[in-house]
Design a protein around this ligand. Structure first.
Ligand code: SF4
Length: 210
């Protein structure tokens, strides 16, 4: 992206903040080759190269075969953020990283009406701020708690609880049903928080929980 000569690029292949030693070496080599002034882990757990010269940005895009567009593809999940979870964190009740992979792989019935951010936290400490994500999943001793309609921006909103005590399988099924309902019923460009405010969480729950 070039915004009044402030250029940056979010590297699309580093979703969820997982970096192997090879990834780190690859990033360091790219940063050196293109004289990247600042490298940043973004709030969405991706890697951004900041302050690049437009020529360097174009050359890097070409090397990575990236299109000239924003990293977000309209109609798809904007990002899926997941914490280290039970596998790597002493507080974790559930495996947030593996659920994150399954949520990323969900196939929906059509393009999403607006940006959808997913936050998956392995326990109630909520390091991925699940309450204020469009789709929030929080690991509890009884299973996953699913919330929908959260937002952390200018008009913040705490998501509504759709269900609790879910297994991984049930969580994936319910997130899929919730997003398909949102696709079916929401107007174009309506974020989940505004959709739930207008439409009501009860109608959504009735539709997706049966
Ligand atoms: S949300 Fe819980 S499990 Fe995840 S990193 Fe934070 S403390 Fe650990």
């Amino acid at each position: 992206m070039d915004n009044n000569h402030k250029t940056y690029l979010v590297l699309p292949q580093f979703d969820a903040g997982l970096l192997s030693p090879e990834d780190l070496e690859y990033l360091a080599a790219l940063a050196r080759k293109y004289n990247v002034p600042k490298t940043k882990i973004t709030g969405a757990q991706r890697v951004a190269f900041l302050g690049m010269k437009p020529e360097a940005l174009d050359a890097l895009r070409k090397e990575l075969h990236l299109p000239d567009t924003l990293p977000h593809k309209r109609g798809q999940l904007h990002y899926v953020q997941a914490c280290p979870g039970k596998t790597w964190c002493r507080y974790g009740h559930r495996d947030a990283l593996s659920l994150g992979e399954r949520i990323r792989a969900i196939e929906l019935t059509g393009p999403l009406p607006a940006k959808v951010k997913v936050g998956i936290s392995g326990c109630r400490f909520n390091c991925c701020e699940s309450w204020v994500r469009d789709v929030g999943l929080t690991g509890e001793s009884t299973g996953w708690r699913l919330t929908f309609g959260g937002n952390a921006a200018g008009r913040p909103r705490i998501g509504d609880v759709i269900a609790q005590g879910l297994t991984d399988e049930e969580a994936v099924t319910l997130v899929t049903a919730t997003l398909n309902y949102y696709i079916r019923e929401a107007r174009f460009k309506t974020r989940s928080a505004r959709f739930v405010e207008r439409f009501g969480i009860d109608a959504l729950k009735k539709a997706v929980l049966g």
